[in-house]
Structure formats: structure tokens, C-alpha cells
Unconditional design. Structure first.
Length: 219
């Protein structure tokens, strides 16, 4: 791709803005996967396999359109040989928590990292937030909704390899919960609602959005 990169640094705010000036006919785009449900994040393993975190369809059935509410329609798609002429994409993890608003905004698995044959996924919001929402919206809560609520705000670990890892009775890959990041965030913002730095009307809140996996540590 030909073009000219312009970089401007603003020292006071410690920010860097990057803009590309590229002619319209110079850009080339290749589609390597279709049918993704609200993709949010990417990760590449040492072998070059690409993983996509999909926030899902909220309370939808996993195949059609977005439906408002909480469901287990989040997923992770694996794309093998993404640089080839015939990349192969298929979902390797399903049954992840997803929530959609009445306006069709969807969030769920928001961040992903792969290291040492393990996949780390961060879920949005927190269990506290979503359980409160369920109680406000309905007197009866379905088991699937409770299963989804338990995932919100969690850092999850799962093997991306099809031949590894157990599955539950519904055929979904089992995963391990490592930390309740969203619950910790929510509690901290609740304690600091009156702090000078607290955004007006925002606290308490939680929205973990990305994960970095290093040797022995996840951030």
C-alpha cells in the first residue's frame, strides 16, 4: 500500500495522532471471514492462526438477528491460514455471555489474547450490574440468563484446540474463570462515587475491555 504517514505529537496530553493519506485506488481489502456476530477483538498465535472475539447477538438464537436482553450467543472464531487464498474459519468456543440493548447495541467477549496454547477472554461489565438489571426487568429469571450473568466481567481461560478441553452437557466448551475483574471494578467505582475524579453520573460502573497475556500473568 502506497501512501504518506503524517504523525503529530501533542506533548501536553502525551498523545500521538496518526493519519494516512492514501489514494482511493491504492487500498486493497481481502475478506477472510464472513458471518461474524459483532466482532470486537483479534489475537494471533505463534503459528499465525487468527482468533476473533464475537460479542454475539444478545438474547438471540445465535443464528438470526440481534435480540434485546441477555443470552449465551458470544463466541470465539478461529481462522486458520488467514493470509492464504482460502482461509478456514470456524467457531471453536460458543456459549459466551452476550447482552444487547433495545437499540441493538451488543457487547460480550470484548478482549482476547493467546499465549502458551491457552486463550484468555475478558467479558464485559460485571455480574453485579447484570444481576441488578435482570431483577429490574423481570420477576422470573431463566437458567440460561443466570449462566450468562455468571460470566460477565470475568477473565476466562480456555484451550483453543478442538481436541483439548472438556465440554458441558450442551456441547459447549468448558472454560476456567480466573478473576472477577468486572466485580472488582464495580466495587471500586461504587466506593469512589464522590471522588473529585469521578465522572458525573457514571459511577458505579464496570466495563473491562481488553486483555494482555504475558508469561505467568494476565493484565
Amino acid at each position: 500500500m502506497s501512501g504518506r504517514m503524517i504523525t503529530a505529537a501533542v506533548s501536553a496530553a502525551a498523545m500521538v495522532a496518526v493519519a494516512w493519506a492514501v489514494s482511493a485506488d491504492a487500498a486493497e481489502l481481502d475478506t477472510i471471514a464472513t458471518g461474524l456476530h459483532n466482532p470486537r477483538a483479534l489475537a494471533v498465535d505463534p503459528e499465525g492462526t487468527l482468533y476473533v472475539a464475537e460479542s454475539g447477538l444478545g438474547a438471540g438464537n445465535g443464528h438470526g438477528a440481534v435480540a434485546p436482553g441477555i443470552g449465551l450467543t458470544g463466541a470465539i472464531t478461529e481462522i486458520r491460514r488467514p493470509e492464504s487464498e482460502h482461509p478456514h474459519a470456524h467457531r471453536v468456543v460458543t456459549g459466551l455471555a452476550s447482552v444487547a440493548s433495545a437499540r441493538g447495541e451488543v457487547t460480550g467477549p470484548d478482549g482476547i489474547a493467546v499465549r502458551d496454547d491457552q486463550m484468555y477472554v475478558i467479558e464485559t461489565e460485571s455480574r453485579t450490574v447484570q444481576f441488578k438489571n435482570l431483577l429490574l426487568d423481570s420477576n422470573a429469571v431463566a437458567d440460561a440468563q443466570l449462566d450468562a450473568v455468571e460470566q460477565f466481567g470475568q477473565l476466562l481461560k480456555v484451550s483453543p484446540r478442538e481436541e483439548e478441553g472438556g465440554r458441558d452437557e450442551g456441547g459447549r466448551r468448558r472454560f476456567q474463570t480466573l478473576a472477577a475483574v468486572g466485580d472488582i471494578d464495580y466495587a471500586w467505582t461504587d466506593d469512589n462515587q464522590g471522588a473529585p475524579f469521578a465522572p458525573t453520573g457514571q459511577f458505579p460502573d464496570a466495563n473491562p475491555y481488553s486483555v494482555l497475556a504475558l508469561s505467568g500473568h494476565q493484565y
